[in-house]
Design a protein around this ligand. Structure first.
Ligand SMILES: [Cu+2]
Length: 153
């Protein structure tokens, strides 16, 4: 019995070191809305726009209104991390196995400011590099507020 317990502990340690999803990893939700429930004047938005999670956690993008998706900014993710692009109008789950800052947007509404940021573990590894990326249109305004929020953390 003792021997089995030791083996089980070793397996958990290996999975954790390899960055695999552990039993204690959490799933967080980011909603995709036509209208921000806290501010009806704001159209096409992720909610929340900034999410801080632990390494190995999952984010579920939940389609609350039709016509939205989530796509990572390939210049705005940490080295070694994988890009994602979810299907429009569908819920999708992304698991984060690399620490850092992840910038993402809704493919059809990026220019309207439907953008967001996910901070995974030690997110500062590439935070300044992501913050320095040039953004256009409303995305620029929305990211300004996002970075103010993160800088105040
Ligand atoms: Cu959208």
């Amino acid at each position: 019995m003792l021997r089995n317990s030791i083996i089980a502990v070793a397996i958990v340690a290996i999975s954790s070191a390899a960055g695999m999803s552990a039993a204690w990893a959490k799933t967080h939700e980011v909603f995709m809305y036509n209208k921000n429930p806290d501010n009806k004047k704001e159209r096409n938005t992720f909610y929340p726009k900034v999410l801080k999670i632990e390494l190995g956690d999952t984010v579920k993008f939940v389609s609350k209104s039709k016509g939205h998706n989530s796509q990572s900014d390939k210049k705005g993710i940490p080295e070694g991390a994988e890009n994602w692009k979810t299907k429009i109008g569908k819920d999708a789950e992304i698991t984060f196995d690399v620490e850092g800052t992840y910038s993402y947007f809704c493919t059809p509404h990026r220019g309207m400011g439907m953008v967001g940021l996910i901070l995974v573990g030690d997110y500062k590894v590439n935070y300044e590099a992501v913050k320095a990326l040039k953004q256009k249109g409303n995305a620029k305004k929305v990211y300004k507020r996002i970075y103010e929020e993160v800088d105040a953390m």
